[in-house]
Design a protein around this ligand. Structure first.
Ligand code: BTN
Length: 234
């Protein structure tokens, strides 16, 4: 489903999902008036200059494994951007997509578990923005600003959806191991001294159950959810 202007593609996707829309249904917008980011933040876009989409997922995974879908989305978005633009794309745990240390794409997984889990994967990619609001200026970037090869919005969208289908299918078929390996190969976080909520330490691994592993003086700490607020080279 395509819309020109919408408050949030996440809201529309949940509405469609609750009305019975199938796994894989996609909602795409040109612009959002109330784009949702992680942790209650808003997601900024410039009309027509971003990829804004929400994918309805009806996963056959255990609830504990749902976070792996967000890692699958991150790997898919990173691979699609790298393949279409030739930019050197990196992942910040769990699912920020960075180029030159700045955020180029964000992913928001929201779930509602009623009779069965409905997950909506929201993906925002900065494509053509040349400027950002002051508060984002140091942290955000776009494919155009980074000098990536020009890519049509449609082509990027298709590449993301294909890659996401691939990683979702592989997760179902082969388990987490291949995805974990690919996420680690793309990671910017490993080797950095990071802070995630009350935890701080050197990020040394992604565990086989999807947690970020921090090395602390007292030993290894597995962090399953949260956001990195500080990351320095170790
Ligand atoms: C983040 O904070 O990094 C996640 C941003 C997710 C933004 C996308 S844009 C399409 C979809 N609709 C929304 O309202 N949010 C997600």
């Amino acid at each position: 489903m395509r819309v020109a202007t919408v408050d949030s593609t996440q809201r529309v996707a949940f509405e469609l999902a609750e009305g019975g829309a199938a796994d894989g249904t996609v909602v795409i917008a040109d612009t959002q008036t109330a784009g949702r980011g992680r942790r209650g933040r808003t997601w900024h876009d410039a009309p027509g200059d971003s990829v804004l989409m929400s994918v309805i997922l009806r996963p056959r995974l255990r609830v504990a494994d749902l976070s792996k879908l967000s890692l699958a989305a991150a790997v898919a978005v990173a691979e699609a951007i790298a393949a279409t633009t030739e930019l050197d794309v990196r992942l910040k745990w769990p699912n920020d997509v960075l180029v030159s240390g700045r955020k180029l794409a964000g992913i928001l997984l929201e779930s509602r578990i009623e009779r069965e889990p409905i997950v909506v994967a929201g993906i925002g990619i900065n494509l053509r923005q040349r400027t950002f609001p002051l508060a984002l200026a140091d942290a955000a970037t776009s494919i155009d600003l980074e000098g990536g090869r020009a890519v049509e919005r449609e082509a990027l969208l298709e590449a993301v959806l294909d890659a996401f289908d691939h990683w979702r299918a592989l997760l179902g078929r082969a388990g987490f191991a291949p995805l974990r390996e690919r996420w680690l190969a793309l990671a910017d976080t490993i080797g950095r001294v990071v802070t995630v909520g009350e935890h701080a330490g050197v990020a040394v691994d992604l565990s086989t159950d999807g947690a970020l592993v921090l090395r602390q003086e007292i030993g290894l700490q597995h962090v399953f959810a949260g956001e990195i607020t500080d990351a320095r080279r170790g």
